[in-house]
Write a protein that binds this ligand. Structure first.
Ligand SMILES: [Zn+2]
Length: 425
């Protein structure tokens, strides 16, 4: 067993008491957090390696609750447009290049960007999910994903019925993903819902992202996106709705009553001018809220520190209330909230004995983090991904002093540039 001690750390645990330990030590034994010790306490067993955190912050790995990782290839492809114009430009372009190979190139770049940014897990919705899962295993990234469904043939040119048959043939799946209630009809939604139930899978879908989507779906089917999901039994524990910007009080109550989780994507919501998710009301109602970046084409990055900052700021500005969505709530959203939404909160999301060692160490000598009176505030209001020094996933050090250890970054980026050239034509 390999044991690593991270000593002299300001440990921001995000445990149930938001405990912060100054001058503490974390012992990683293989893939697990074996000890979390206060200042002065010594590990029970000698360690093979010691990392001196020099008083700097060590925090849980950030968990991205909604993204489309392989869209790194489409970063900056459709800016300064709303959701409908974004998809109108994106869908045809994706169809010209979509392949297993394209997805592998895109996700490798995404894993590098995410890990260098302190993100250790993600829920990913995209084509060729098997390819992404395969690349995640090689990169050492904790990925949650599964087959995705859409009403049309999709950029990978697979008809809906064939997609269902393929998913059944490749069972079991821990996730079933659907694009949205505006890109599939209620009959198709019911089929996908039944598949998720039969698989015992968690379910993820875009829902009520902007007023245009809700008006469109309501006009077509006489029901809002959230009501359609409710009709199909898809508001339930294990369901994650991305965005959920346009919600009525009744819908928020239903989300709470059914234990449905939300993936809040504030950067994407602001960039696409979708509106302000009602996060204060969702949290007050007891809804599980995770934090996501959305894809790097609509946000335009995989920067969870930026997502935290945006989430912490926009609700205050929107409500003219400086207490709206405080720093601790935002950090919890990006760690335990997302982990709970993804069903991996027993493994990650906080620094506690017995959990997997998904850890992020920030630079103790960063001017932007000095001084730090309240470490959780420092993380949300002052830290950026440039402050991420070391990252561990499952006890494996994937970032060492700002270098990606599990991917050949030069090669990854050269491949991504080639995709960009092909997309640009
Ligand atoms: Zn999305």
């Amino acid at each position: 067993m390999t044991r690593t001690a991270i000593t002299n750390a300001t440990i921001v645990t995000v445990d149930s008491h938001d405990t912060v330990i100054h001058g503490g030590t974390i012992v990683i034994a293989d893939d697990t957090v074996a000890e979390v010790l206060p200042a002065g306490a010594q590990p029970a067993t000698p360690c093979d390696h010691t990392v001196d955190a020099a008083g700097g912050i060590v925090m849980p790995g950030l968990v991205n609750a909604h993204t489309h990782l392989a869209m790194t290839a489409f970063r900056g492809f459709a800016d300064d447009v709303d959701l409908q114009d974004f998809l109108g430009k994106l869908f045809p372009a994706e169809a010209t290049i979509m392949s297993d190979r394209h997805v592998r190139v895109g996700v490798r770049a995404a894993f590098a960007e995410a890990m260098l940014s302190g993100c250790t897990s993600a829920l990913d919705m995209y084509w060729y999910a098997n390819a992404s899962q395969d690349e995640a295993a090689k990169a050492g990234f904790r990925l949650q994903t599964g087959p995705i469904f859409i009403g049309s043939d999709g950029p990978d040119n697979v008809a809906f019925d064939q997609r269902v048959a393929n998913a059944k043939a490749s069972s079991p799946h821990s996730w079933i993903l659907a694009h949205g209630t505006y890109t599939m009809d209620p009959t198709q939604l019911a089929v996908v819902g039944e598949l998720a139930t039969a698989e015992g899978a968690r379910f993820h879908i875009h829902a009520s992202e902007n007023a245009g989507e809700v008006a469109d779906v309501t006009q077509r089917y006489g029901r809002t996106p959230v009501e359609l999901l409710d009709d199909n039994g898809l508001l339930r524990f294990g369901s994650v709705l991305a965005h959920a910007v346009v919600l009525s009080d009744t819908e928020i109550a239903r989300l709470a009553a059914t234990n449905t989780a939300i993936a809040h994507c504030p950067s994407s919501n602001m960039k696409l001018a979708s509106g302000f998710c009602r996060v204060p009301e969702l949290l007050a109602a007891g809804v599980t809220v995770g934090l996501g970046t959305d894809g790097p084409s609509s946000s335009n990055d995989l920067d969870m520190f930026a997502a935290m900052r945006v989430a912490a700021l926009i609700h205050k500005g929107n409500r003219l209330d400086p207490t709206a969505v405080p720093a601790g709530a935002v950090l919890r959203m990006a760690t335990m909230g997302s982990a709970t939404a993804l069903g991996i909160d027993h493994l990650v999301g906080s620094i506690e004995v017995g959990k997997k060692a998904d850890l992020v160490r920030l630079d103790p000598n960063s001017p932007s983090l000095t001084p730090s009176y309240e470490p959780m505030s420092t993380i949300v209001y002052a830290a950026s991904r440039a402050d991420v020094l070391d990252v561990w996933i499952n006890g494996q050090q994937v970032v060492h002093e700002r270098r990606c250890m599990t991917l050949d970054l030069d090669g990854v980026l050269e491949d991504l540039r080639n995709e960009g050239r092909m997309i640009a034509g």
